[in-house]
Ligand binder design. Structure first.
Ligand code: UCC
Length: 553
């Protein structure tokens, strides 16, 4: 019997050429000459991402990392076998300089922008290999700043290497059974043995990428007080020169909803040798720079997963026919895709601007910018994560039933995105982090930056948006005027409002600059999403001023 209809699978083109937002942003933020030197690498990676890597991902869809705890002769080996995409990604990450580029001093304040442009194309193509890279980047930042010369000399040449044979990734072992949020309760103990070697004892409940060559972790040295001040930050290399784990057992790999290619493990530390990174206290404060870097990667990952979903949904909308039309010509479907693109563009403009700011802060000693970055990092992490989950859910729906079928590869996008609002700080933890940061840095730098960005807008249609935004900025500042309890109860709403306004300004500014600096198609698309976001999608969360839920719990 002849088949009636066969649906055409969505296809990906060159993921750099097709990405008008990334291209527009790079042209507006990175000097032409410098960008020119990186374009061909981005084009090559874009071509790989849309073709070979995508095919590899689909072919590897059912593979997962495997833990083999014992060899045939009864020896404990705890070997973790990686999927083929991951094995390839390990090599590619080094060759592309995905960490090294961010620390390349010749690129000045643009090092981070050029690093994350590569990461932008790499992350959605490598089944969450971005996770170990995020932690590696965070570890490189901590070791660059910590003032421990011996450790820096030992690890940095590996973390920053472009040679796959030399390149190391780093773990970030923080979460224990008491939870991933209240890290100050860490139960792992550090003790010196008779030779003065520090050794760690405890259970790390959730360690992503347990195959890394080094890790940074928290432990409480014997005799130190409770709370985060009594914790120390430790460096360790899990394996000896023969590749055997050093007093560490891999208890199991975690059975997760998504990110299943990522070997997240539960570890038992039974005297693992380790070294303090910088003294025996203030461990949480010492690991905080790592958290801020991994949160930046989290936000970039959110944007790139959204972009992957939208690329597939848009391509499909141009192929699939229903009700006598291709989907893209059905007005409601078209509007839905426009909404999703506008939300993604706003999230992406804000996230990429945060990355540019990170590059500036790392290069220049400007306290105002550092304060702004401290404020924006949790906010953009939490907002982009929530957008990713919402958008990828809509992406699946835009495929109809096909979006719910595993071997299309689509459901994995949503399952993977769900982690983004959980790890590296849940929405609530980050909203509270914003309040803590506010106490120290205030909103002045943010307000000044937003106003300056809006003052620079020249395009007439975009100026109309600016008139809408201006009063909202002060309105948001006023929203923070609450008593302590109300402020805590409203922390999510305040953080989301700060996120959306920051995103609106970033997108409007980018769209305006693109009118002068980018080619016609890029400029037109950026302006379209900026207008749509401002007029249709922008919304502020209401603030609860009177508590009325006393009877509920
Ligand atoms: O490990 C994990 C798995 C890795 C997965 C990697 C994925 C990468 C994704 C990339 C995408 C592909 S997940 C575990 C993640 N865990 C977290 O993110 C922790 C979440 N909890 C928090 O963030 C909490 O707010 C804590 C742990 C920071 C709260 O700790 P404390 O000790 O109660 O909080 P304090 O007292 O506020 O902070 C202690 C010190 C203070 O400095 P001092 O001592 O000078 O007063 C804070 O100012 O740390 C400082 N501090 C910070 N500084 C705290 N947070 C920050 C920050 N974000 N930036 C700068």
């Amino acid at each position: 019997m002849p088949l009636s209809t066969i649906q055409t699978a969505p296809r990906l083109g060159n993921q750099f050429h097709d990405d008008w937002l990334l291209q527009g942003w790079l042209r507006c933020r990175v000097p032409d000459e410098m960008l020119q030197e990186h374009i061909s690498a981005l084009e090559t990676l874009g071509a790989e991402a849309g073709d070979r890597l995508y095919r590899m991902q689909l072919a590897d869809r059912e593979n997962e990392p495997r833990l083999t705890q014992w060899n045939a002769w009864g020896e404990r080996i705890d070997h973790i076998g990686l999927t083929s995409v991951w094995q390839h990604a390990q090599q590619l990450a080094a060759e592309l300089g995905l960490i090294a580029t961010g620390y390349d001093r010749t690129l000045g304040e643009h090092a981070r922008s050029l690093q994350f442009a590569r990461a932008w194309l790499f992350i959605p193509s490598t089944d969450f290999y971005g996770c170990p890279l995020a932690m590696t980047d965070g570890a490189a930042r901590v070791l660059t700043n910590a003032g421990n010369e011996a450790l820096a000399q030992r690890a940095l040449p590996h973390l920053l290497s472009r040679d796959p044979a030399k390149f190391w990734t780093s773990g970030q072992w923080m979460t224990e059974t008491i939870g991933g949020s209240d890290v100050s309760q860490t139960e792992t103990i550090a003790r010196q043995d008779e030779n003065g070697q520090w050794r760690l004892y405890g259970r790390k409940w959730f360690t992503s990428a347990a195959t890394s060559e080094m890790a940074l972790t928290l432990a409480r040295p014997d005799g130190q007080p409770t709370g985060s001040r009594g914790l120390a930050l430790f460096y360790l290399e899990p394996r000896d020169t023969q590749g055997r784990l050093q007093q560490i057992e891999v208890l199991r790999l975690k059975d997760k909803l998504g990110t299943r290619k990522l070997p997240t493990a539960e570890l038992w530390l039974n005297g693992a040798p380790a070294e303090p990174v910088a003294g025996l206290e203030r461990g949480v404060a010492q690991i905080a720079p790592m958290l801020n870097i991994t949160r930046s990667w989290n936000a970039i990952t959110a944007c790139t997963l959204m972009r992957r979903g939208l690329a597939l949904a848009t391509d499909y909308a141009h192929r699939r026919k229903a009700f006598g039309h291709t989907l893209i010509d059905l007005p409601l479907h078209r509007r839905t895709l426009t909404d999703l693109h506008a939300d993604w563009a706003a999230a992406s403009a804000a996230t990429l601007d945060m990355i540019a700011l990170l590059g500036q802060v790392e290069q220049r000693d400007e306290p105002d910018q550092a304060r702004l970055l401290r404020l924006l990092t949790p906010v953009i992490k939490l907002g982009s994560a929530r957008d990713a989950i919402a958008i990828l859910s809509e992406v699946l729906e835009s495929f109809g039933g096909a979006g719910y079928i595993e071997d299309t590869g689509l459901p994995q996008l949503l399952r993977d995105a769900q982690v983004l609002s959980i790890w590296e700080g849940t929405t609530n933890i980050l909203a509270l982090d914003l309040l803590r940061a506010m106490d120290r840095v205030g909103l002045e730098s943010w307000l000044a930056t937003q106003r300056q960005a809006l003052d620079e807008i020249r395009d007439e249609a975009l100026i109309a948006i600016v008139e809408r935004i201006r009063p909202l900025l002060q309105q948001l500042v006023n929203q923070f005027e609450l008593d302590e309890l109300c402020k805590i109860r409203n922390a999510r709403a305040l953080a989301l409002n700060l996120y959306r306004l920051t995103a609106l300004t970033s997108l409007t500014r980018l769209a305006d600059q693109a009118q002068r600096r980018c080619n016609g198609a890029t400029a037109v698309k950026l302006k379209a999403v900026a207008l749509h976001f401002a007029t249709v999608r922008m919304r502020l969360e209401p603030i609860e001023r009177h508590i009325v839920d006393q009877a509920l719990f």
